[in-house]
Design a protein around this ligand. Structure first.
Ligand code: HEM
Length: 460
């Protein structure tokens, strides 16, 4: 008999792989857009995605603070902004006009139609409202003890006096946090079943994501394997949901249980199994590598600078979470994990006095905003104090995007990051290996440390 996962996974993949619609801009619209390169669309796309750390500053130097690039699919026009006053207008834009879900539609077959990342308008507003309580300050405090326990367990396994890639270790701990704190699974047998399935899902490359949209490719091995994995993962997730529905939720502190408690104000109904599944997979894909990457950059910067390391260790032992949070924030500023936040215009809009037509896409460049010497003096220097001294103004530090689409997990990831840093610094002295360096490298959507942010630890 076909499993629930099998039926619903296949239906979801078929339904979500319809070709994307798009608005064609006419010649007059295109001519009025801010200037940009005239290279073939393919090269512009590769520049923007793959060589982003060089491409965006180069375009800014050549065309100024607002420029237009053309990207795949279909040579869509993307107008890139970075000044705080422009970013403010993008993030404050009417959500009916500034859609975010469309740009993520490649993720549809995996995340599903209900995903917070993929929906817009009414659907997005409802989903966001149903998920918000699970990410409130009070909810985050409830997750803290488990996160700390998982960080302690991870840190206890580290080898001493031997260089290792902190990125992989951070990936391991953030994955465990998703499984135990977001999914709320603590039973070891079930965890053992989930880990490989979840690992295979988070490692799906953009080529596989893209290929899932084409029925012909879905029969070939790499895509077939990805689908088989999805079916198995969905089976376990639906099982977890069914068990949780039957359980007493009183006193449980995990994201799934909190989501189960929410009801829609208008209909009085809670989230369906399919909605819960889509949101869980979304939280997994959006929250795991991003947080791990930010944390590994923070460890790298701490290991590089003995004075900073000492200050951070003192903060960890004194319970000064503000300083540890500032370290994370500065890591996310100097090494943005996501390069930009994009919106698709459903109606004409004006940004920075520039009239833009319906169908254009606009981006708030996180990379450029964070590298602005005007907004972040001495911008190449790692200086967490800038976050404690009121120097960082609104719309100049935007690692989590902004407005109604601002990352719902921002507070979660800072809470998690502080807990992990605290445990690392309480247990070890942290250094980077002699002569070691690192730089950002693009992996899928995120920018990760090319050498894995290698560190050496010595027990204190
Ligand atoms: C350092 C860690 C993280 C970074 C840098 C990051 C970054 C981002 C960015 C740039 C966006 C798009 C915002 C926009 O379009 O304005 C976003 C959205 C989102 N993130 Fe995160 N994120 C992180 C951690 C997390 C975590 C831990 C979770 C969940 C547990 C999460 C879940 C989401 C979701 C569901 C959205 C979609 C929100 C919406 O469209 O309403 N993220 N994130």
């Amino acid at each position: 008999m076909a499993s629930i996962g099998m039926q619903s996974t296949m239906t979801r993949i078929e339904r979500m792989s319809r070709p994307m619609g798009g608005v064609h801009l006419d010649d007059a619209d295109v001519a009025a857009l801010p200037p940009g390169p005239h290279w073939p669309v393919f090269f512009q796309s590769v520049g923007l995605l793959r060589f982003r750390h060089w491409f965006q500053p180069a375009m800014q130097r050549k065309y100024g603070d607002v420029f237009t690039v053309r990207v795949l699919p279909k040579g869509r026009h993307l107008v890139v902004f970075n000044r705080p006053e422009h970013i403010k207008e993008i993030f404050a834009g009417d959500p009916e006009v500034f859609h975010a879900g469309k740009g993520n539609s490649i993720l549809g077959p995996v995340m599903g139609e209900h995903s917070l990342l993929l929906t817009d308008s009414k659907e997005h507003k409802r989903a966001r409202k149903m998920l918000m309580p699970a990410f409130s300050g009070q909810a985050l405090r409830g997750y803290q003890a488990v996160v700390t326990g998982l960080a302690q367990a991870e840190v206890a396994t580290w080898p001493e006096a031997k260089a290792f890639r902190s990125l992989e270790r951070m990936n391991a701990v953030t994955l465990e946090v998703i499984l135990q704190v977001v999914f709320g699974v603590t039973d070891e047998a079930r965890l053992a079943k989930l880990r490989p399935l979840v690992n295979a899902t988070v490692q799906v490359s953009p080529a596989i994501f893209l290929g899932l949209n084409f029925p012909g490719l879905r029969r070939l091995k790499p895509w077939r394997n990805a689908i088989d994995n999805q079916i198995k993962l969905d089976d376990v997730i639906y099982d977890v949901i069914a068990q949780r529905r039957a359980a007493d939720l009183e006193g449980r502190s995990d994201v799934l249980s909190r989501m189960l408690l929410e009801v829609d104000d208008e209909t009085g109904a809670g989230l369906t199994d399919a909605e819960l599944r889509d949101q869980l997979v979304t939280l997994l894909l959006a929250g795991h590598e991003t947080t791990a990457t930010g944390l590994s950059w923070a460890l790298y910067e701490i290991g590089k600078d003995p004075a900073l390391e000492q200050r951070a260790r003192e903060a960890a032992s004194a319970g000064d979470d503000d300083f540890l949070e500032a370290v994370l924030k500065e890591a996310l500023r100097l090494h943005p994990v996501i390069p930009m936040a994009v919106r698709h215009l459903m109606a004409p809009a004006t940004i920075g006095g520039i009239d833009l037509p319906r169908g254009a896409n606009v981006a708030a460049s996180i990379l450029l905003a964070h590298a602005s010497e005007d907004q972040h003096p001495d911008h190449l220097t790692f200086r967490p104090e800038r976050f404690l001294e009121g120097e960082v103004h609104p719309n100049t530090w935007i690692p989590f995007g902004g407005g109604v689409r601002r990352c719902i997990g921002a507070g979660f990831s800072l809470m998690e990051g502080v807990a992990v840093l605290r445990e690392v610094l309480s247990a070890y002295d942290v250094r980077i290996p002699e002569g070691s360096t690192d730089e950002p490298k693009v992996r899928n959507i995120t920018s990760v440390p090319r050498n894995g942010a290698r560190i050496v630890v010595t027990r204190r």
